[in-house]
Design a binder for this molecule. Structure first.
Ligand SMILES: [Zn+2]
Length: 413
């Protein structure tokens, strides 16, 4: 069993066939969740499953799966997968590689005649990217999709209803996709890194230790509008300068953090004219950390800096917290299975936190969940994202051997 490997040619053939669906002139794909292109990709997957003689499953959240059942009907299910939707004008690897690697692992195990102590399911989750809601399929399956997010989806109600209609799905049925936690043995995901750390470390595989927590603030500095020519600099209450002070001081403060990041994504000055000192400046601030301690430290540092910037420029300050996602830890058992798999395959693995949200985050709330990254270049969420094929094959083989490791531990109790 140690010498078992996935079929690289079959895997690549499928990857290229899938990448043609919704392909763009820039070399990426355009497959927003439940768009015609996305549904075409899903039809392709379903036909592939049928052609390979495997069992197909679709749930009320639209999640598409191939299933390799084990003889014990009551056994739980080990899920492997990711997502076939993309951001508008996205890349070919984000999500799609994870679904196809999962599927290739399932076929390899079937072809080798290996009996697992659980059902194995390769799944394509609906709307991971958040064109409509974000992690719609994975959170529905985990039973933790708040009804308020369907009522106020980030992509708007009209887009959600249109997409569901196009896919033949019923909004009222989505909660029925929830599976009892004890029916889930675990979840494993393969994904491109979407960042430079693996290449910098010269590593083949990143074993994800956890997903970052995400906090966000809307900061409003209020001063006084004045004539930009006749008001001396020292007499101004310039909200724009307060916001700028906040950005610069926060960036300097980040030198004392290592795994944490912040982003000022939007700034708005009012009234917004050449010759008027801005009386109001609004600033969006997002901060991320892999640990709760990091989240707490960032929150207090940034809040203090905002108050100090306001004081320095004689401004009023309003801090509006806009929601917060807690950091998620990946299962130590699954991380260990990935480490063992890398060792067996002679691949260099490094532990690292994930700076982005993934379907793993939703599943980790209800079952042991973990993920690996493979090195990628060109950033992500754009047509330039790229992973070398040997790296994709390494990742799929690690996924395969992690499943076998997990099965051993599972059987051994
Ligand atoms: Zn993704």
């Amino acid at each position: 069993m140690n010498s078992l490997r996935i079929d690289s040619d079959r895997f690549q053939h499928d990857f290229e066939a899938l990448a043609r669906i919704g392909s763009t002139a820039q070399g990426g794909v355009h497959r927003p969740a439940l768009s015609e292109n996305h549904l075409a990709a899903r039809r392709w997957f379903r036909e592939r499953i049928a052609a390979d003689g495997l069992e197909f499953r679709q749930d009320p959240a639209g999640n598409h799966s191939a299933v390799l059942p084990c003889p014990h009907a009551q056994a739980p299910t080990l899920l492997l997968g990711s997502h076939l939707d993309s951001v508008p004008n996205g890349g070919r690897f984000d999500g799609a590689l994870g679904v196809l690697a999962a599927y290739e692992v399932l076929r390899t195990i079937r072809d080798a005649g290996i009996r697992l102590p659980f059902h194995l399911e390769a799944i394509d989750f609906t709307d991971e990217e958040g064109t409509l809601v974000g992690l719609l399929g994975s959170r529905a399956l985990a039973g933790n999709l708040p009804p308020s997010e369907l009522a106020h989806p980030r992509g708007g109600r009209a887009a959600l209803l249109e997409g569901l209609h196009r896919a033949g799905l019923q909004e009222s049925e989505i909660p029925r996709a929830a599976r009892p936690p004890d029916s889930l043995a675990g979840f494993l995901e393969l994904h491109i890194e979407q960042g430079p750390r693996l290449l910098e470390a010269g590593a083949d595989i990143g074993i994800v230790t956890g997903m970052v927590g995400i906090g966000s603030f809307l900061l409003t500095f209020t001063g006084r509008a004045d004539h930009a020519g006749t008001t001396p600099m020292h007499a101004r209450r310039d909200a724009g300068l307060g916001a700028a002070e906040m950005i610069v001081q926060s960036s300097l403060a980040m030198r004392s953090f290592s795994d944490e990041v912040i982003n000022f994504g939007h700034i708005h000055f009012s009234p917004g004219a050449f010759n008027i000192v801005p009386h109001r400046a609004q600033l969006t601030l997002e901060y991320r950390s892999p640990t709760q301690a990091g989240m707490d430290a960032l929150k207090s540092t940034l809040t203090e800096l905002a108050h100090a910037s306001a004081r320095k420029h004689k401004l009023e300050l309003e801090i509006d917290e806009q929601g917060c996602v807690q950091p998620t830890r990946c299962s130590p058992g699954i991380q260990q299975a990935f480490r063992q798999a890398c060792k067996r395959l002679g691949l260099k693995a490094v532990p690292l936190p994930s700076g982005a949200g993934h379907d793993t985050q939703a599943l980790a709330q209800v079952c042991p969940a973990g993920m690996i990254f493979i090195p990628s270049t060109g950033g992500s969420h754009n047509p330039e994202e790229f992973a070398a094929w040997p790296a994709c094959v390494n990742g799929a083989n690690v996924l395969l051997h992690a499943v076998l490791e997990f099965a051993n531990d599972f059987a051994g109790g």
